[in-house]
Design a protein around this ligand. Structure first.
Ligand SMILES: Nc1ncnc2c1ncn2[C@@H]1O[C@H](COP(=O)(O)OP(=O)(O)OP(=O)(O)O)[C@@H](O)[C@H]1O
Ligand SMILES: Cc1ncc(CO)c(N)n1
Length: 289
């Protein structure tokens, strides 16, 4: 057996909140990173008591704790990409924007506002800091349509409005905007642009309510691709394919919205539509109920 040291995989850092239910937040991020072959690391910003029914409680960490975790990781191990998620307060948004702004690595900003259940994960007093401090240091910003409306005032009701939404997001300074159409009906269509290049990403919509953590998963998959040296359009295309497979394989846990399956590619009979015989969903991704 060879004893030669292995070359380390690309390193990706998530700066986000903990979801005790394991479907979103830090837990979704690290599972995605493992599935995509990068070394995942985490800076915890907040702890949530959360399950398939909603968020029962949330506690922010002190800014010094966030700064210390970040410095520990970046100063010793180093990062090839950073992803930000739940940042809770204006103070944390500003501290994280300063930290990632001073790091030479691409930054994927998922401007998390509310959970799938509508529970707030960001104080409304922090929106201005997201617009003026965090978005300007983003390589890619990945708002869903509620976050677009909160941040820019642009309301999107169909895929037609996504170009306008992207322009509004780009006006705050990220290099690329990925507008996620997960909350519309019809195909799951997302729109990526840097103001000149444009890419529409289209996937079938799975009639599957187990979509807890889709946004965290997508943003972490993009960061993983960027850490491997992919271009933004290539990383986003690969990430969309990964999250689509994970949603197709989403499963029931608890009484409410279950998680996507981060490990879908590891299963023998993986893939959208595969019936792996687990309880909780049928072969076409629909609920049995
Ligand atoms: N039912 C579905 N079928 C297929 N793709 C979906 C479905 N729902 C969401 N998506 C896709 O999942 C990705 C994440 O989008 P979404 O709008 O759900 O993010 P989000 O609201 O930020 O998620 P969360 O807050 O749960 O982390 C997008 O690529 C979107 O098109
Ligand atoms: C901790 C956390 N981050 C992000 C989301 C996104 O929905 C969530 N539900 N929980």
């Amino acid at each position: 057996m060879s004893t030669a040291p292995r070359v380390a995989p690309p390193r990706v850092l998530t700066v986000a909140g903990s979801d005790s239910g394991g479907g979103a937040g830090i837990q979704a991020d690290l599972k995605t990173m493992l599935a995509l072959g990068v070394h995942g690391m985490s800076v915890l910003t907040a702890v949530t008591a959360q399950n398939s029914l909603g968020v029962q409680g949330a506690w922010e960490l002190p800014v010094e704790a966030v700064r210390a975790q970040y410095r520990s990781v970046v100063d010793d191990i180093g990062v090839q990409a950073v992803k930000t998620g739940m940042l809770a307060s204006a103070e944390l948004v500003e501290a994280v924007a300063e930290l990632v702004g001073g790091t030479h690595a691409p930054v994927v900003v998922d401007p998390v506002g509310v959970s799938k259940h509508g529970d707030p994960l960001l104080a409304s007093s922090a929106l201005d800091s997201v617009r003026t401090k965090l978005l300007p240091v983003a390589t890619v910003a990945t708002p869903n349509l509620d976050e677009v409306a909160q941040l820019t005032g642009v309301r999107v009701e169909s895929a037609d409005g996504m170009r306008r939404a992207a322009a509004a997001v780009l006006s705050y300074g990220p290099a690329w905007a990925l507008i996620k159409g997960g909350h519309l009906s019809g195909d799951a269509v997302d729109f990526l642009t840097d103001g000149s290049d444009e890419l529409w990403l289209r996937a079938p919509r799975f009639d599957n309510r187990h979509t807890h953590g889709t946004g965290c998963t997508l943003a972490s998959a993009i960061a993983s691709g960027l850490a491997k040296g992919q271009t933004v359009p290539d990383a986003v295309t690969a990430a969309k394919e990964y999250v689509t497979g994970a949603i197709a394989a989403g499963f029931a846990l608890g009484e409410g919205i279950g998680p996507v399956d981060h490990g879908w590619r590891f299963r023998a009979d993986h893939g959208p539509g595969a019936d792996d015989g687990r309880d909780g969903h049928d072969a076409d991704g629909t609920d049995p109920a």
